[in-house]
Every structure is written in structure tokens, then in C-alpha cells.
Write a protein that binds this ligand. Structure first.
Ligand SMILES: [Zn+2]
Length: 592
């Protein structure tokens, strides 16, 4: 899962509303505007049947997750951890206000709220959101960083797992002190000490350098390392492959290189527990779309359903070969896919993610494949589906109201993830797509995955994987996916690409807008999907961010008389806009 040079820069300049700093604590009434529209969901899969060693491993993984969540908070806002202390202090003076703001902190994973009109603002007295969050210097602009990058060919600045700093004496001195206090890091990162010493000797306050996450976040990564090793040891008698993966991932975090752990993760045969651990997804970097943010997910596998699913996904090479582009690649046919219940999510992964496919690193994916984690207790939540169906029925003409079901959501999500496996993964010059398309890469990668899920469906109908009703429901969910409650911000890759799909489908006649409702034309559906997928694959192949930007500009139009009307109907029909997820395994998420 993976982000617009020209367009994005303009979009960022055009949202000064989001840059207004807050000097006060929101009142309970201000918080209620959000909380009245927030569904509270508890995830509590049964842990019966876990062996004692697995339970001990689980408790260590949850502790590692708590630390990863703190890392994430620190990465996304330089005052997020202070904001949490402000809430604790407020709780002694104004417990009810603190409880309300604590819920907001939980929903938004930090001190910045997204208002119902989709603008963002602090609800605690902290600085406004910055596009580079806390992984670039707070005062650095994209123009300044671009100018430096043009003069110095420093690939480390846009590495997914580095923090960018100003090349000042103070910064270099602090980083060197951190390095000297962790001798293990000096051995694991040859050359790092010399680089920092050079900056110390010849500082360039207008310039930049980058240090690995392993050094920048070592104070929290060391205890994560220890918890992962303890989890590995505890689980080894029950699940040697999982134990090997955890021990390798512990080391990966200090080495700032996930290859060993990724290989063990994707190729291992785990029994019950699984865990996504590390810094993978780049959605939170609104400056370049390249920096990854920490997350952890602790998951419990449904062994039988996973095996059945793996059997059902037979020959995906034939599906790859059927895609509308020419540079077909060889794909692994035995995709490691599993059906899981979420025990707990931390950091970037917290929320109602329905599935993941990792790793994103193109070389790791090529060498070892990618693992697909389907999150069943979110995908099949009746509580969440109630609003999903309400939105569908509000937007579509009555003839289509019964077409949608929960199973279609599961299938479309599964094939979206498999879609990430297929198609273009490097541009014609051999560059990975995040490097080639930069902040457009996520948007195109997600649109490709959506479209592949729909494109391969007729083939899967022929092979008997879907029946007629299943195919119709999948097609319904493909349209349901494009519905918006509010005009997307251009920095929202998912919502923007969904809007583009809707506009394309309308233009190609697969959708029609009549009497304020959408009407599907199934005769035009596949051709519309195929033609858009062809464009997306061609843009990914070309690797030209200007072409990518122009296509977004053309197709991400928002018409108040069409999109605005549908969005208003949906807003009236659905009960909730925000989601607060609690985890039975984490009692503290029941409090804040
Ligand atoms: Zn995706």
C-alpha cells in the first residue's frame, strides 16, 4: 500500500486553514461535534487455545506494540507525547473534558483533529500540523529540501527509514552522543560516525543530513528489541518459524534493514500468532510521501479459513498475464495469505485497516514475495457494515440496494491486496515507483490494486470462484468503494483515487447520475475498469510525476451538483464519521 509534485505542492499551499495553531483545549461541546459521530468498536478475539508460551510471547508483543505506538506519535507530531501529558494533567482538573479530549486523541492518534468538513486543526494547545510531520526539520520547506537535493546527490534524505536534520553543530553533536551511548549501533552502521563528525566539523545550517531511524529512535527501539527477543524465546517451543522471525525483526530494527525479518515473515509457516512489526507505510509523510511510520499489529490466525482461502487462490500468474500492459513479470503462485482476527493494532496500523500486504520494498517483494493479512474481525464487523450499507442505499437507485453484501467487501479487499502483487512494480527506467512517482506513488498503487480486483473478476466468474450473485456484489462493492462523504483533500491518496474512479466510470457510462442517485450499467462496467487500469499501468510504467499529476488534475474533479449531492445524501444516512477502536487485550484503550 503506498503518494503529486506540482499538484501536491499547490494543494499544500492552498490549505492554510489546516495550518492554524491552537492555543486552547477544545471544550466538551467542541469535542462532541466529533464524538457524536464516532462509533466505538471493541476487538476481543478469543485467546483460548493459545499455549502458555504463546501467551507469554503475546504479552511481550503487546509491550513492544505500546512502545511502537509512542514512536509513531513522536513521528507524526513533535508535541504529541507532550500533548498526552497535557491530557493527564487536565484529568486532575477537568476529568470530563479530559476524557472527551482523550477520546479524540485516541481517534486521531495525536493532537490534530480532522473536522467534519475535512480540515485539520489541533484540539490541544500545540503547533499546527506540518506536512513533513516530525521526520523532517520542522522549519524546512519542500523548496529548500529540493534545492539542497539538487546540489547534493544524497539518497539518504529520501530514504524511507531516515530522519532528516539540519546540518548544524548542535544536531551533529547530539546525534554523535546518542551513537556513542549505543556502541552496538556504531558497529551496525559503518560510516555513520564519520558522517556525523564531518557535519560537526563543517556544519551547513542551510543544509541537511539524514540519520537512520535505528539511531534517531534508539531509546525506544532498545526495549522493543528486548521484548521481541523475549517473545521469540517464549514462543519457540510452539512455533519455531515465528520465533525465528521475531528474533530477526528485533535485529532488523537496530540494523535499519528489514530484509532478514521480511524474508522470515513472508516465507515462514506460523501456527496461530502473527505480528506486523516495524516502519512500513508512507501515508503520513505529506511532504514527499517517502518516509515510513512505525506500526505494530498483533494478529490471531484462523487456521482453517486461511487454508481454504489459500487453496481458492490458484493460478494468479494467468491473471497477471491478462492485465492490460506488456512487461509482465513472474509472480509467486503460492501467496502467503491468511485470515486473522486483530488482537491489537499500534501506531500507523491502529484504526479499522481491513487488510495489509507487506513488505512494500520492491526488492524484498521480488526476492521473497509479500504476505497478505486479511483482518476478519474488522472486515466482518456488523456494526461497521450497518453504515456501509446505509451509505450504499443513500447513493444508489433503489434497484441496486440489495446488491451489496459483507462477503463482497471481504472478496474485494482480498483481491485488492492480491492486486498489489500484480502489475507494474518498476518504471521503464527500472526505478521503484515511490522513487519515480514520489508523492503520487501511493495514489496510483492503490488505484491499481482497486482496479485489478475488479478487472480479474470476470475470469474468476468463469473459473467458478464467484457465482453470478457474488460477481454482482463484488461490482457493487467496487462502486461503493468510490463513494465519498466529503470532498477529499488532495493529500488523501485513497479518497482522491476513489473519486477519480467514480469520475472515470461516469465518463465511460458504467455509472450514470439520475434524479440524485447513481445507476450502474453492468454492460459498460468491465470496459471502464479495463481502460482505467490500462492508463494507470501506463503512468506507473512511464514513471513521470508530471504526467501522474496531470491525470489526477483531470480526473479528481469535484462537482457540488453531483459529488456534493451524493455526499450530502450519505452524510444524512450514516450514523458515524469517525471510529474509535478498543482492544480487549489492552485495557488502557478502554480508558482514554
Ligand atoms: Zn492497498
Amino acid at each position: 500500500m503506498k503518494k503529486a509534485s506540482l499538484v501536491m505542492s499547490i494543494a499544500l499551499l492552498a490549505v492554510p486553514a489546516a495550518a492554524v495553531a491552537s492555543s486552547h483545549y477544545w471544550s466538551e461541546d467542541e469535542a462532541a461535534v466529533i464524538l457524536d459521530k464516532t462509533i466505538e468498536l471493541e476487538l476481543a478475539p478469543s485467546l483460548e487455545g493459545l499455549a502458555e508460551g504463546e501467551r507469554i510471547a503475546l504479552s511481550h508483543l503487546l509491550e513492544a506494540g505500546r512502545l511502537m505506538h509512542e514512536l509513531y506519535l513522536d513521528q507524526t507530531h513533535h508535541q504529541a507525547l507532550d500533548a498526552r501529558k497535557m491530557l493527564e494533567a487536565l484529568a486532575t482538573r477537568e476529568p470530563q473534558q479530559a476524557e472527551a479530549l482523550g477520546k479524540l486523541f485516541h481517534v486521531f492518534k495525536g493532537p490534530i483533529a480532522t473536522r467534519p468538513d475535512n480540515t485539520r486543526t489541533p484540539f490541544l494547545p500545540v503547533d499546527a500540523l506540518r506536512p513533513g510531520k516530525n521526520v523532517y526539520p520542522l522549519d524546512a520547506t519542500r523548496a529548500e529540501l529540493d534545492a539542497w537535493r539538487n546540489r547534493h546527490d544524497d539518497g539518504a534524505l529520501l530514504d524511507p527509514m531516515t530522519v532528516v536534520r539540519r546540518a548544524t553543530t548542535a544536531n551533529a553533536r547530539a546525534d554523535l552522543a546518542l551513537l556513542f551511548s549505543h556502541p552496538l549501533l556504531e558497529s551496525l552502521h559503518p560510516g555513520l560516525r564519520e558522517e556525523l563528525e564531518t557535519t560537526l566539523k563543517t556544519p551547513q545550517p542551510q543544509g541537511f543530513y539524514a540519520i537512520p531511524y535505528a539511531l534517531a529512535y534508539i531509546e525506544r527501539l532498545m526495549p522493543v528489541y528486548r521484548h521481541l527477543l523475549a517473545a521469540s524465546e517464549a514462543v519457540r517451543p510452539h512455533d519455531a518459524d515465528f520465533a525465528d522471525y521475531l528474533a530477526l525483526r528485533a535485529r532488523d530494527l537496530l540494523a535499519n534493514d528489514y530484509e532478514a525479518g521480511d524474508a522470515a515473515w513472508v516465507s515462514g509457516s506460523f501456527s496461530r500468532l502473527n505480528a506486523q512489526i516495524g516502519s512500513y507505510e508512507t501515508y503520513d509523510d505529506e511532504l514527499y510521501g517517502v518516509k515510513s511510520f512505525f506500526s505494530a499489529s498483533v494478529l490471531l490466525k484462523d487456521v482453517e479459513q486461511s487454508a481454504a482461502l489459500a487453496r481458492a487462490i490458484a493460478d494468479i500468474q494467468a491473471l497477471e498475464n491478462s492485465l492490460p500492459y506488456s512487461r509482465h513479470k513472474k509472480v509467486r503462485t503460492d501467496i502467503p495469505v491468511g485470515v486473522y482476527d486483530v488482537i491489537a493494532d499500534f501506531g500507523q496500523a491502529r484504526g479499522t485497516n481491513t487488510a495489509s500486504i507487506l513488505p512494500n520494498d520492491a526488492d524484498h517483494a521480488r526476492k521473497y514475495g509479500r504476505i497478505i493479512l486479511m483482518r476478519r474481525n474488522i472486515l466482518t464487523s456488523e456494526e461497521l457494515f450497518r453504515d456501509t450499507r446505509a451509505a450504499w442505499q443513500a447513493a444508489l437507485a433503489p434497484a441496486f440496494h440489495q446488491h451489496l453484501d459483507m462477503e463482497a467487501g471481504f472478496q474485494r479487499t482480498l483481491w485488492h491486496e492480491i492486486g498489489h502483487y500484480l502489475g507494474v512494480d518498476r518504471d521503464e527506467r527500472g526505478r521503484t515507483l515511490d522513487v519515480a512517482l514520489q508523492e503520487y506513488s501511493d495514489l496510483y498503487e492503490e488505484m491499481k490494486a482497486d482496479l485489478v480486483a475488479l478487472y480479474v473478476a470476470p475470469e474468476l466468474r468463469k473459473s467458478g470462484y464467484y457465482d453470478d450473485a457474488g460477481l454482482r456484489a463484488l461490482y457493487a462493492d467496487g462502486i461503493r468503494r468510490t463513494l465519498q462523504q466529503v470532498k477529499p483533500r488532495r493529500d488523501q491518496p485513497y479518497q482522491t483515487m476513489q473519486l477519480m474512479q467514480m469520475n472515470w466510470f461516469l465518463d465511460k457510462g458504467a455509472l450514470r447520475f439520475a434524479n440524485g442517485k447513481l445507476v450502474i450499467n453492468h454492460d459498460r462496467y468491465h470496459d471502464a475498469v479495463a481502460s482505467l487500469l490500462r492508463e494507470v499501468l501506463a503512468i506507473q510504467s512511464a514513471g513521470d510525476p508530471r504526467r501522474a499529476a496531470a491525470f489526477v488534475e483531470r480526473w479528481a474533479r469535484w462537482d457540488e451538483n453531483l459529488h456534493g449531492v451524493i455526499a450530502a445524501s450519505i452524510r444524512d444516512a450514516v450514523r458515524y464519521r469517525y471510529r474509535l477502536v478498543r482492544y480487549a487485550a489492552l485495557p488502557e484503550t478502554g480508558r482514554d
